[in-house]
Design a protein around this ligand. Structure first.
Ligand code: XMP
Length: 491
């Protein structure tokens, strides 16, 4: 929806009307899901969906729920339909299929199907296994059995466009420029003449949040950049360059590499590394913040997926895999209010806003980088020397991936310095050196990931450069583990 320049929010299936009324919705989409309407406890739509008169599009399970709740019949299909299917619609004048060919490829993934639409509804399309692959009641209630939101439904975007613009009558007002204008005035209103601090990490989220707040309140914002000595080569300089020299924002850079390395001395356990890094971060950040005198607000780059996750995560269901540290806690006595201008944005939208605000592309499209930095990519003890070796290897991976034009299509690509040593030969001499692992993955939101089938030539160049240029490394291996069962990072 957002890509169609329409603002949308995600609410749980049982959200009461009071929770959505204030949003003044122009339409509703009921998403797909793994349940079957006949299972005990299957999620159902609240009655306001059917009583409000709002245009509603049910997708897959959403359509089945609509059929079930309105008195139609849903039943398991003899043949489940997964994958490509040909959809044929004979619904001339149906706004949902406006401008689309009578037959088109779509992506299906369902076990149940509609066998009888509810009273007042007619079938609008069919596929080989779904006699009712789309239905409607002529008054804005629509259902589709296929998934318009996936790339395998090439016309899916046009169908969603038809729904929001044609059926719901939404305009195209959700654009980066409008977002910036609205957000800047909202920040001004919230902050008044208060003082704001923001921790810059070098990542896109905190960068865009800082740039927005700066646009809104200028010098009332001070950014703190804690250089933990665990970043990649040239990275701290680029952060300073972009914000200090380029944007003229108040930036306090704290060089705390020694404190972090000191706290990490002798530590090999990954979780202990994270705990110590988190603790030192808070100490350094707090000390710096305390020097600013009275501060009222803390700006953070929280994105919408984080908000959804924290609102919907059932603690019983989500096992802790790793502790993630971004911005640590806050000084107890500061009681800062949060300014979270990206709370309703997805990552790709935050990027567009960043570009519109004039942030460098390199920062806006930076691959995700973990808060604890290279410390969790140096397996075993983190020392300055081992960090330097990893920095050299990481630089080469980055350089080759960028030259091959692959940087943006990979979720992450990096080197890991393992704690394994192996025998090699250089000239006529035996060597006993370090093993570097190269990791490159594709992913959408990091919950799952696949190892990238990098071209052999790229791998060959990465390998030969690393053994030649990274001190003490005599072997390079490529990590071919997906997530799950592996995680993206090694620690
Ligand atoms: P894993 O290794 O759990 O990583 O598959 C998923 C994503 O999270 C990043 N990551 C972190 N990010 N603090 C962060 O800010 C952390 O402690 C941390 N650990 C992992 C990782 O780079 C990947 O994008």
């Amino acid at each position: 929806m957002r890509e169609s320049n329409v603002y949308c929010e995600i609410t749980p299936h049982d959200a009461p009307w009071e929770a959505v009324r204030g949003l003044n919705p122009k339409g509703v989409i009921m998403s797909g899901g793994p349940a079957s309407v006949y299972e005990a406890g299957a999620p159902m739509a609240p009655s306001w969906v059917y009583e409000s008169g709002l245009p509603t599009l049910g997708i897959c399970y959403g359509m089945q729920v609509m059929a079930h709740q309105l008195g139609g019949r849903v039943a398991p299909s003899a043949k489940k339909e997964y994958g490509h299917a040909a959809l044929t619609h004979a619904a001339d004048g149906e706004p949902l299929f406006e401008g689309l060919p009578a037959s088109m490829p779509v992506w299906m993934s369902h076990g149940d199907r509609i066998v009888e639409p509810p009273a007042g509804f007619v079938g609008l399309a069919h596929s080989e296994n779904s006699p009712i692959a789309a239905m409607g009641n002529g008054r804005g209630m629509l259902g589709i059995q296929f998934h318009p939101e996936v790339a395998h439904t090439p016309d899916g975007r046009a169908i969603l466009d038809n729904f929001v613009h044609g059926v719901c009558g939404c305009g195209r007002s959700w654009t980066p420029a409008n977002f910036i204008a609205d957000t800047v005035s909202a920040i001004r209103e919230q902050v008044g003449d208060g003082k704001v601090i923001c921790a810059l990490s070098g990542g896109v989220d905190s960068a865009v949040a800082a740039a927005l707040v700066h646009r809104a309140v200028g010098d009332q914002l001070t950014c703190i950049f804690v250089d933990n000595g665990l970043m990649r080569r040239e990275e701290p300089e680029r952060v300073v360059e972009a914000f200090d020299r380029h944007m003229g924002l108040n930036l306090a850079r704290v060089n705390a590499a020694e404190s972090f390395l000191g706290a990490l001395a002798g530590v090999t356990d990954p979780e202990e590394k994270r705990r110590r890094i988190g603790r030192v971060f808070i100490e350094v950040f707090d000390a710096q913040a305390a020097r600013l005198g009275r501060v009222d607000f803390l700006a953070q780059g929280t994105l919408y997926p984080d908000v959804i996750e924290s609102e919907t995560t059932d603690s019983k269901a989500s096992a802790k895999i790793k502790t993630h540290h971004n911005v640590g806690g806050l000084p107890e006595d500061m009681r800062l209010q949060l300014v979270e201008p990206l709370r309703y944005l997805f990552k790709d939208e935050a990027r567009e806003v960043g570009l519109e605000l004039g942030l460098p592309e390199e920062m806006v499209y930076r691959q995700p980088f973990p808060g604890p930095g290279l410390a969790i990519r140096v397996i075993g003890e983190v020392t300055l020397e081992r960090l330097e070796t990893l920095r050299a290897a990481d630089w080469i991976v980055m350089d080759e991936i960028k030259s091959a034009g692959l940087y943006r299509e990979l979720w992450q690509s990096f080197a890991v310095l393992t704690d394994t040593r192996s025998v090699g030969v250089a000239g006529d001499f035996r060597t006993y050196g370090s093993v570097v692992a190269v990791r490159a993955v594709t992913s959408d939101e990091a919950m799952t990931a696949d190892w990238s089938r990098l071209p052999y030539d790229t791998l060959a160049r990465i390998s030969s450069r690393i053994v030649n240029e990274a001190p003490g490394v005599n072997r390079v291996v490529y990590d071919i583990t997906s997530k799950p069962p592996g995680t993206i990072e090694w620690e």
